[in-house]
Design a protein around this ligand. Structure first.
Ligand code: PEP
Ligand code: MN
Length: 338
């Protein structure tokens, strides 16, 4: 069960809810949002139902949520939420373009890539400093040096940066630079990492595990939310299927289900979903048409020389073309590019 407090409810109001629940042997978990707080009740729901919680001062609604995910469920929010990432916002009313290199390979490469992203109209930059690679012999990312380059990229463009954190011990280091922390597909079920990332207090871009169901994806978001905040953007990045001609299969139906089930914004990553640059544009258009709140795409100043994921990287010209097309489409369907 979830108690949604009124905007402006006091700490005393929250305390009274806690006391009432604790008196019948329940536990509470408080999520302090920007405008209002939510108290999740853990324990015997039947007992909580009998309590006059809704009569307490500062309480707006008391909702029974018969789903395994609670804090990210659409029932706790009257309207879909908007997630602020630095100067940008991702939410249901707009369409956001996130672009940048798959990996930060060098200062020059990263600067060139983010200049292209900005020029094309991206409002958030992406780029990995820590790369989770299938082969231990493959380029693993520049680590802290890469983070410093990303900080420079933000300074240069004035745009916020989302970057992946791979290990729990690196969360603070990455959070010191990133405007949003990315959880990659391989780590969606790394619950220790999810908890640490939740505690860092930064917005999170949560990729769907490549073999995870929509419910498991929402439960991963719940792990983060339980640590204190729901500034979470869900990112559909394709799931594994029997089809070998694409790297993954972009699951647009699953993406929209996640959007309908939760109050969180949902974006698509057509680059990692397909692994083929010629499919990035059609799949980005499809994601927008389906209702995605944004897309994240890889761009490289020289795709044939990319150290990571070259076959899916857009050229500068291709990104520009895609961005123009998305902006026109987004305007036409009433979800203007933010
Ligand atoms: C990425 O976005 O750089 C990345 C590694 O994506 P994924 O985790 O979806 O494979
Ligand atoms: Mn990649």
């Amino acid at each position: 069960m979830v108690v949604v407090m009124k905007v402006g409810a006091s700490e005393d109001d929250i305390r009274r809810v806690e006391e009432m629940v604790e008196n019948v042997g329940g536990e509470t978990h408080i999520v302090r949002g920007e405008s209002r707080s939510i108290v999740a009740l853990i324990g015997d729901t039947e007992r909580f139902m009998a309590l006059p919680l809704v009569t307490l001062p500062g309480v707006e609604t008391v909702t029974r949520i018969g789903k395994p995910y609670k804090l990210v469920a659409k029932e706790v929010h009257a309207a879909p939420s908007t997630v602020k990432i630095g100067t940008a916002e991702i939410g249901r009313g707009t369409f956001t373009l996130i672009a940048g290199p798959c990996a930060v390979e060098s200062r020059e490469q990263a600067m060139a890539a983010v200049d292209i992203a900005k020029e094309a109209g991206a409002s958030i930059l992406r780029g990995g400093a820590y790369k989770p690679r299938t082969s231990p012999y493959a380029f693993q990312g520049l680590g802290e040096e890469g983070l410093a380059i990303l900080a420079e990229c933000r300074e240069r463009t004035g745009l916020p940066v989302v970057t992946e954190v791979v290990e729990a011990r690196d969360v603070d280091t990455v959070a010191a630079v990133a405007d949003a922390l990315q959880i990659g597909t391989r780590n969606m079920s790394n619950f220790a990492l999810l908890k640490e990332v939740g505690k860092a207090g930064k917005p999170v871009v949560l990729k769907r595990g490549m073999s995870s169901t929509v419910e498991e994806w929402l439960m991963a978001a719940e792990y983060i939310a339980r640590e204190g905040h729901t500034e979470i953007v869900l990112c559909e990045r394709g799931i594994r299927t029997f089809e070998p001609w694409t790297r993954n299969t972009l699951d647009l139906g699953g993406m929209i289900l996640a959007q309908q089930e939760s109050h969180l914004p949902v974006i698509a990553d057509p680059s990692h979903a397909t692994g083929r640059r010629e499919l990035v544009e059609p799949m980005a258009r499809a994601a927008l048409a389906a209702g995605a709140d944004g897309v994240m795409v890889d761009v490289h100043p020289n795709p044939s020389e990319a150290l990571v994921d070259g076959p899916q990287a857009l050229s500068p010209e291709a990104l520009e073309g895609l961005a123009a097309e998305l902006a026109a489409m987004a305007q036409a369907i009433g979800k203007p590019m933010s």
